[in-house]
Design a protein around this ligand. Structure first.
Ligand SMILES: Cc1cc2nc3c(=O)[nH]c(=O)nc-3n(C[C@H](O)[C@H](O)[C@H](O)COP(=O)(O)OP(=O)(O)OC[C@H]3O[C@@H](n4cnc5c(N)ncnc54)[C@H](O)[C@@H]3O)c2cc1C
Length: 337
């Protein structure tokens, strides 16, 4: 394993904020994992597992602990005669490289998840999703290191308790498992219509007729490039606030009051981006952070250098939305602490 000291968290996260991490330990082979946790416990330091840092924020004072990063690489596609394929990917792979490889192999299942930043290891953590697909629909299992008893295990998709942007890995068992690798079951073919609304709109506007995985990947990439900042060039952490979920009674009240309430398999929700937009915040720059004009849920770090600025911008947005609509927005990205 590779150990580095005093590495700015800003250089490891897409929001580009955060002081130094005392240690960064890179996992180069599975046997490094227990060693990395021992390295931290011997020094009585806390651990945070970091992937591509696309959903993670660093604090100004840094992290007096050990960031463990999965750098294990490798993608294997095992095609079966019935048209299905078992796809195994190591957790340190870039998620979008996996999507590209499966689209090239003409496999359907994750093509709509094109261009989601981050690693394969983090994908099941919040059950990444976009344009009608999410990881829970195709994940078979994950290989993990269990810090509770220091053993290597395989957890099935059912063990992971998937829900919308949720699994046991970011809720009840947060911090317990280090994801080493993931296995997916994909198949030859293509997504079935009707597709997600914005994808259908793109298809109509561009007279698209090919819906193969590679074509959907191209379309989704174009839609995302038009409205979402590319973290390689523009710092952000993706969606900064969670959507607002409502029980049935509250959903009925809100609908009667004119709010757009979506009724999905994950429950009744109001898109927080809509609330931010309707509160007049789209395009506003607050303490160095810009509310993205095309997707108001995304906060872009225009010129801020401190977490304190982010905290001030976040509060201003929460207060403005609360004053106008009475909903208290909650932050989505996790914090290294
Ligand atoms: C511009 C932009 C657009 C985005 N669009 C989407 C989208 O469309 N849909 C969507 O779902 N998300 C989206 N995201 C969020 C982000 O891409 C996902 O959350 C992604 O899975 C983060 O991957 P990462 O490797 O960067 O994880 P990190 O931010 O490094 O970590 C995220 C969480 O996973 C944990 N973790 C990371 N690796 C492991 C591991 N090996 N084992 C155990 N735990 C681990 C971390 O401890 C942390 O809690 C977007 C983000 C950005 C910046």
């Amino acid at each position: 394993m590779k150990i580095r000291e005093n590495i700015p968290i800003a250089s490891l996260t897409t929001m580009r904020l955060g002081g130094p991490a005392k240690y960064v330990v890179e996992i180069e082979k599975p046997e490094d994992i227990p060693e990395a946790y021992s390295f931290a416990s011997e020094r009585k330091l806390p651990v945070f597992v970091l992937g591509g840092g696309a959903n993670t924020l660093g604090h100004d004072e840094g992290f007096d602990g050990v960031l463990i990063m999965n750098k294990l690489r490798g993608i294997d596609i095992d095609a079966h005669e019935d048209g299905s394929a078992t796809v195994h990917a190591m957790g340190g792979e870039v998620w979008d490289d996996l999507v590209a490889a499966t689209c090239e192999a003409n496999l359907t299942g994750i093509e709509a998840l094109s261009k989601i930043p981050g690693t394969v290891g983090a994908a099941p953590v919040q059950n990444i999703g976009a344009y009608g697909q999410d990881v829970s629909q195709v994940l078979v299992n994950v290989e993990v290191f269990d810090t509770a008893d220091s053993t290597f295990k395989t957890l099935s998709a059912a063990d992971l308790g998937f829900a919308y942007r949720k699994s046991i890995l970011n809720s009840s068992e947060y911090g317990r498992y280090f994801v080493i690798a993931a296995t997916f079951e994909l198949k030859t073919g293509q997504m079935t219509r009707p597709f997600y609304k914005s994808l259908e709109r793109y298809i109509a506007e561009n007279n698209e007729t090919d819906f193969s995985p590679a074509a959907i990947r191209r379309m989704v990439s174009a839609i995302r490039a038009d409205k979402l900042p590319d973290p390689a060039f523009i710092p952000s952490a993706g969606s900064f606030f969670k959507n607002v979920y409502l029980d049935d009674a509250r959903a009925a009240e809100c609908e009667a009051a004119g709010f757009p309430v979506y009724h999905g398999s994950d429950g009744n929700k109001i898109n927080s981006g809509w609330l931010i937009e309707q509160a007049g915040l789209s395009g506003k720059v607050l303490h160095g952070f810009r509310v993205n004009e095309k997707a108001a849920l995304v906060l872009i770090n225009d010129s801020a250098e401190s977490y304190a600025d982010l905290a001030a911008a976040r509060q201003e947005i929460i207060d403005t939305v609360y004053a106008k609509f009475g909903f208290k927005l909650e932050q989505e990205p996790v914090e290294i602490a």
